[in-house]
Write a protein that binds this ligand. Structure first.
Ligand SMILES: Nc1ncnc2c1ncn2[C@@H]1O[C@H](COP(=O)(O)OP(=O)(O)OP(=O)(O)O)[C@@H](O)[C@H]1O
Ligand SMILES: [Mg+2]
Length: 217
């Protein structure tokens, strides 16, 4: 469904990607692993259309992402992709429930439909009891699960996560990974995640090892 072929990208003299390829299918969790500086984040951002590679191509659902103009691409990103980062980056003034609801509100989803979807997600992620609290009043793991719920709210076809468990202890990391695996299985979402944690990558369906900007699977 989403494939990156022979991506190259340099930042000045630094070669971040030197011909890296990776593919993820519907309902699959792909883990990008490798040492610091090996190009994992750069690869993820290129696959998500947030960074333009110098060479190679990214194809999503029959469309060459790397050839679309910026407007079309950001529209596609907003509708079809979801993002989770290492630090939950929730809106601090809003409750977890309001944070999860926000992207649906911005996409013009009706209040009734919004509430049903948000309740379902809070429940699936095991944070229904904390839903009325602000991010600062819940644990890091609960906040990160809310960030996953928010990224899932509009039913993206692909969810990208850069070190989603990097700031969590192993128990909370497991809960976040469980949520991502559940998303892949139930909604058939493709998940692309970057991780340093062998316990996390061991549970992925597909692992791509990055080294010096090159990927091997
Ligand atoms: N915006 C940028 N400007 C300049 N160099 C960059 C930029 N982004 C990444 N790089 C360089 O490209 C290489 C790959 O970086 P990248 O962030 O993809 O690595 P990573 O595998 O995600 O590392 P980490 O595990 O530390 O997050 C590194 O040498 C990095 O310093
Ligand atoms: Mg990184």
């Amino acid at each position: 469904m989403l494939s990156a072929e022979k991506l190259t990208l340099s930042f000045g003299k630094t070669v971040a990607l030197a011909g890296a390829s990776a593919t993820v299918h519907r309902g699959e969790v792909l883990a990008l692993v490798g040492p610091s500086g090996s190009g994992k984040s750069t690869m993820l951002y290129c696959m998500a259309g947030l960074l333009d590679p110098d060479g190679g191509k990214v194809e999503f659902d029959g469309r060459i992402l790397t050839k679309l103009n910026d407007d079309v691409r950001s529209d596609l990103r907003r509708r079809e992709f979801g993002f989770v980062f290492q630090f939950a980056e929730l809106v601090p003034e809003l409750s977890l429930r309001e944070n999860v609801s926000l992207p649906l509100e911005l996409n013009g989803v009706s209040r009734r439909e919004r509430e049903a979807r948000v309740d379902e997600l809070l429940d699936r992620l095991g944070i229904a009891e904390q839903a009325g609290r602000r991010p600062a009043k819940v644990s890091g793991g609960q906040a990160q699960r809310a960030a996953v719920a928010r990224a899932m709210a509009h039913r993206p076809r692909v969810l990208f996560a850069d070190e989603p468990t990097g700031a969590l202890d192993s128990q909370n990391g497991t809960l976040v990974l469980d949520a991502l695996l559940d998303l892949a299985a139930v909604d058939e979402t493709a998940v692309v995640l970057v991780t340093h944690d062998p316990e996390i990558s061991a549970r992925a369906h597909r692992v791509v090892q990055m080294r010096d900007g090159v990927a091997t699977s």
